[in-house]
Write a protein that binds this ligand. Structure first.
Ligand SMILES: Nc1ncnc2c1ncn2[C@@H]1O[C@H](COP(=O)(O)OP(=O)(O)OP(=O)(O)O)[C@@H](O)[C@H]1O
Ligand SMILES: [Mg+2]
Length: 599
């Protein structure tokens, strides 16, 4: 755990809102040695590229001047050795390169998930889960690919340029200006063209992205589309999206063809001009240029131009990688972190919960979801929250959990202000059965014992029994070992809720929170669970949200919420005849159940 905690602070330190290139350097700072070794080894393994033209030039000069066979053999031998070393050194190069990249990739991902576990729930209310997944998977991958191609392509280009300029400078210095002028001109031309190509690329990518969003939308909406007979309009919108991809794709392909042709012709023409100039000088015997030099100059000039083109080709990858670096910064640098570290632990929770003038407003909203609310629940009591949809029940519950912090007022646990304690220690004493139960892709056993490593089979069975889930679990193909969740057995909403209740019970919490925990159950199973819950609630503080008022009648206190305010409070007996909102809700429900019964 400690090792992990270091990841974020370390990487956060490296982010500092700088430009992406600086950030990249920071990220790889610890990998200096590996990167340096990779470059060194690369330069050696890549040496054939500049040795071959040199040797070729030598051989041509030996041949044209009828030199010795020995000189020829020596040159050939060097060529063979220089070529063979490429084999082991390439393996070594990839080892250093890959270690450095994979290390940073791994760290980035670890830092991201750690930070996600520290961010406040408020952050998740604002941020789409898909976007976060993309950051961990795609953005990190983009950075990895950028660095990989920067290293492969960048090393080639740097090596090629240095070798070309150096050897030409030594062998035929008179040609240096020719290289130094033509190289940048061609680079400029190609990158101008390239930026047009990028614009086309972007347009195409945009169309593909919107198509994938459409496809996603269509597949999730299929049951609704079919139920309403809207197949045709769904298909038409898909056809339109495919059509856009097609026309953007055709444009891109056409431009690509043009770009490639122009780049190739420019490249060859530059080579021809070099060949012509060098050939002319050699023919006239000027500047001491030999036939070998003609070959050498042409090869190196080709290398120089090749390097320039290679670098311009890397541009899109680099800009994609840089935008991914920025995108990761949004999470890694987000200030919206739950402040836990360094705060004292909240241990020995008894379960007295006090709200003292608490107000909370969602950032996107302009009315408070909880306004100036005060109440106290004694340890072991059951408090029920009722009220119309949107009145603030779930919000209040989330404040008890510490997911949402009050903008004003205080929440006290056993008289201690929640905001000055480590919330993680406090939450060990809470169990929550949320409005929408979440099961993950594992067995019934795993789901019920989630987060409790040393649970016995008996404990799980007892919890299932208490949650009235034992019968249906026994009927599943593999009992408690049956896979539930996406790829497992399909279980019903009510069955899911019962597993979630079992999961809450097995933790033996001091504070139990049930947000509509029994809403998906029929009256009979609700009744059965209610009995189990009643026994379990005895020894702990329970918050219960329920629409069905039959479930809350035993509560020590019922808070009736309306538009974020507690408008009534008291026991069922007190409220049912008080002529307020509770009575209104109660009568509406008895009317409903009467008419249910008469059917
Ligand atoms: N993430 C959010 N951002 C902005 N406003 C929100 C958010 N969640 C809830 N609200 C608003 O806060 C108010 C209270 O919502 P809350 O979910 O607490 O109601 P509730 O009483 O639990 O309703 P229900 O019975 O339907 O579950 C509502 O007006 C709702 O629109
Ligand atoms: Mg709710």
């Amino acid at each position: 755990m400690k090792v992990n905690a270091a990841h974020v602070s370390e990487i956060e330190h490296r982010y500092r809102g700088e430009n992406p290139f600086r950030t990249l350097l920071y990220l790889f700072e610890e990998q200096k040695f590996r990167v340096g070794m990779a470059f060194l080894i690369f330069s050696i393994k890549h040496s054939p590229v500049w040795v071959i033209p040199l040797i070729t030039a030598n051989i041509i000069d030996i041949v044209t001047s009828h030199g010795s066979t020995k000189a020829l053999l020596i040159n050939i031998l060097i060529l063979v050795l220089v070529t063979l070393q490429n084999w082991p050194l390439n393996i070594l190069y990839v080892r250093f390169q890959s270690r450095a990249i994979r290390e940073v990739e791994n760290r980035l991902r670890s830092a991201l998930v750690e930070r996600m576990q520290q961010l406040t729930m408020g952050f998740y209310l604002r941020t789409n889960a898909g976007v976060l997944q993309t950051k961990i998977i795609r953005d990190v991958e983009n950075i990895e690919q950028m660095v990989r191609s920067l290293s492969d392509g960048g090393f080639v280009a740097v090596n090629g340029t240095i070798a070309a300029l150096l050897i030409t400078g030594i062998r035929v210095p008179i040609f240096l200006p020719f290289f130094l002028v033509l190289g940048p001109i061609i680079g400029f031309l190609i990158s101008r063209l390239r930026s047009k190509l990028n614009a086309n690329n972007e347009r195409f990518r945009g169309e593909v992205e919107s198509m994938s969003a459409r496809v996603n939308e269509m597949t999730t909406l299929i049951p609704i589309t079919r139920a309403h007979g809207l197949e045709q309009s769904a298909l038409e919108s898909m056809y339109k999206s495919f059509g856009n991809v097609k026309s953007a794709g055709l444009k891109l392909d056409a431009f690509n063809a043009k770009f490639n042709a122009i780049a190739w012709v420019t490249f060859q023409m530059a080579n021809v001009s070099c060949l012509a100039t060098a050939g002319y000088f050699a023919l006239k015997g000027e500047f001491g240029i030999t036939p070998g030099d003609v070959v050498l100059l042409t090869s190196f000039f080709g290398q120089l131009i090749g390097s320039v083109i290679l670098l311009t080709n890397l541009m899109p990858l680099i800009s994609r990688g840089f935008s991914s670096i920025t995108s990761l910064g949004e999470v890694i640098e987000s200030p919206d972190v739950e402040q836990n570290s360094g705060k004292p632990l909240l241990e020995d929770v008894e379960g007295r919960v006090t709200f003292d003038q608490v107000t909370f407003q969602y950032p996107q909203s302009n009315v408070p979801a909880i306004a100036n609310t005060s109440f106290e629940v004694k340890a072991g009591e059951m408090i029920a929250l009722v009220g119309p949809s949107g009145s603030g029940k779930s919000t209040l519950i989330n404040m008890v959990i510490g997911f949402l912090r009050p903008q004003s007022g205080r929440i006290l646990i056993d008289g201690r202000d929640l905001s000055s304690y480590d919330l993680r220690s406090y939450r060990k004493h809470i169990s929550v059965v949320p409005q929408e139960s979440v099961l993950f892709d594992g067995t019934v056993f795993d789901n019920v014992s989630y987060g409790m490593p040393s649970v016995t089979d008996k404990q799980v069975r007892d919890a299932l029994k208490a949650a009235n889930a034992e019968d249906f679990v026994n009927e599943l193909p593999n009992g408690v070992e049956t896979l539930v969740g996406e790829k497992g057995a399909r279980i019903s909403g009510g069955q899911k809720q019962r597993l979630a209740i079992a999961r809450a019970l097995i933790r033996n919490p001091r504070i139990l929170i049930l947000d509509e925990a029994t809403s998906a159950l029929d009256s009979q199973s609700e009744h059965a669970i209610q009995d189990a819950l009643n026994t379990l609630m005895k020894s702990r503080t329970t918050f219960m949200v329920a629409h069905r008022l039959s479930t809350v009648q035993r509560a020590n206190c019922i808070l009736v919420l309306k538009a974020g305010k507690v408008v009534e409070r008291g026991t069922h007996a007190e409220l049912v005849g008080a002529g307020g909102l509770y009575q209104e809700l109660y009568e509406a429900q008895s009317f409903l159940s009467d008419s249910d019964a008469s059917q």
